[in-house]
Design a protein around this ligand. Structure first.
Ligand code: SF4
Ligand code: SF4
Length: 146
């Protein structure tokens, strides 16, 4: 027997955006081999990389099997705690910095975007290393003068 469909919290108004994908936290890449591994992941359909406050997440676009055609939750009373914690007012629909993947600027969906991120990452790393070298050299210079 099909479970009785129970609508989301009324404030959700059957939006169901958060029921159409899931994210898993992953380690941010640190070297070229890591970026290459992410290229392999990203080459698969319906997968994106979501970066928020430097935290990397794999975003898999795949609707929940308990979402009914009218966008209600069929297991509303037994829904997992992640669903319970996801509430209107602090979610994709209402958040002032919307997380909706259509509008996010920190979402990587193509290999070109990933490689652009990689190039920028290494540019920044080189800049930081050069700054550190400069600081070390000037500190050594100051010590010699004493
Ligand atoms: S929690 Fe937010 S994103 Fe999820 S269904 Fe409700 S309003 Fe939509
Ligand atoms: S269990 Fe219900 S609330 Fe949770 S993702 Fe599935 S349909 Fe949405």
């Amino acid at each position: 027997m099909k479970a009785k469909s129970i609508p989301h919290d009324s404030a959700c108004q059957r939006c169901a955006r958060c029921c159409e994908y899931f994210c898993i936290e992953v380690d941010a890449p640190e070297n070229k081999a890591d970026y290459d591994d992410y290229a392999w992941i990203l080459a698969h359909q319906d997968v994106a990389i979501h970066i928020e406050k430097k935290q990397w997440q794999l975003m898999v676009h795949n609707r929940c099997q308990y979402l009914d055609p009218e966008r209600g939750c069929q297991i509303y009373e037994k829904r997992p705690r992640i669903c319970r914690a996801h509430v209107p007012g602090d979610c994709e629909r209402d958040h002032k910095h919307r997380h909706d993947y259509d509008e996010m600027d920190h979402i990587i969906t193509t290999l070109d975007e990933l490689f652009a991120h990689r190039d920028e990452f290494f540019r920044q790393k080189r800049r930081l290393a050069a700054k550190r070298r400069k600081r070390t050299l000037s500190a050594k210079g100051r010590r010699r003068k004493r």
